[in-house]
Design a protein around this ligand. Sequence first.
Ligand code: NAP
Length: 256
Amino acid sequence: MSKTLEGKIALVTGASRGIGRAIAIALGKEGATVAVHYGRNAAAANEAVAAVMAAGGDAFAIETDLAAKGAAPRLFAALDAELTRRKASNKFDILVNNAGIAPFVGFTDATEEVVDEIYAVNVRALFFVTQEALKRLNDGGRVISTTSIAARLPFSAVAPYSMLKAPVDNLTKLLAVDLGPRSITVNAVAPGAIATDMAEFLGTAEGREFAKSKQALQRIGQPDDVADVVAFLAGPAARWVTGAVIEVGGGSGLVF
Ligand SMILES: NC(=O)c1ccc[n+]([C@@H]2O[C@H](COP(=O)([O-])OP(=O)(O)OC[C@H]3O[C@@H](n4cnc5c(N)ncnc54)[C@H](OP(=O)(O)O)[C@@H]3O)[C@@H](O)[C@H]2O)c1
């Protein structure tokens, strides 16, 4: 069977671990060349690169701390250089805004520092990475962001995180309209609880039971469950889907 992303180039932020790594592998499996972005964990990023290549794609790692101001131009200076070396052009096809942090802090205990840090990584960096990406994205391309079901169903244990995922849904719809004339689709996936380093609470039996009590499907969500939906959105079969926020949570939030 032919691969759906043969010849396509993708940038996946936060692809060293968790959901981003699974997305990078899923895109690689469909034949894409994937820029595996990471913040600090070079060893994990190198493992992710190897996993993408083992899945049949091509890959390389790009390091940039997204918490710092000016992160987006720095990321793209590195990406431009690597793509120009490999492909003789800095153009690419698929942006996946996935990097994020979720400090386990509620409304009462939140400090200015923690709110600023979540804002910097989950909102500001996503905004300016997308702004830079659109100067290089081919017409007909894809922008896909990882939001959270918490944007629609606020989760008080992570109140600032919940609040600061809502802008991702908003920007998804705004850009879907702006980029329609370029045939670029803009969508988001909204995972429920997924077993990654971020969802530490799934490490306990109590945490797993809590997650299942909020879902229709009775198992713990895995990074691949999200990655397969992103691969669909990245591919030609999703050509008529734009401005959508697709919940990928085993029916989270259907249970009262
Ligand atoms: N897991 C869940 O239950 C869940 C549910 C809903 C939504 N989400 C969303 O899904 C996305 C991925 O989450 P995950 O669970 O896969 O998280 P994760 O396992 O903690 O991985 C986070 C990724 O983001 C990168 N990152 C974090 N801070 C960064 C920074 N300052 N600069 C650059 N990169 C940074 C990390 O890079 P390093 O490895 O270099 O640190 C890593 O690749 C996030 O947007 C998250 O909000 C997750």
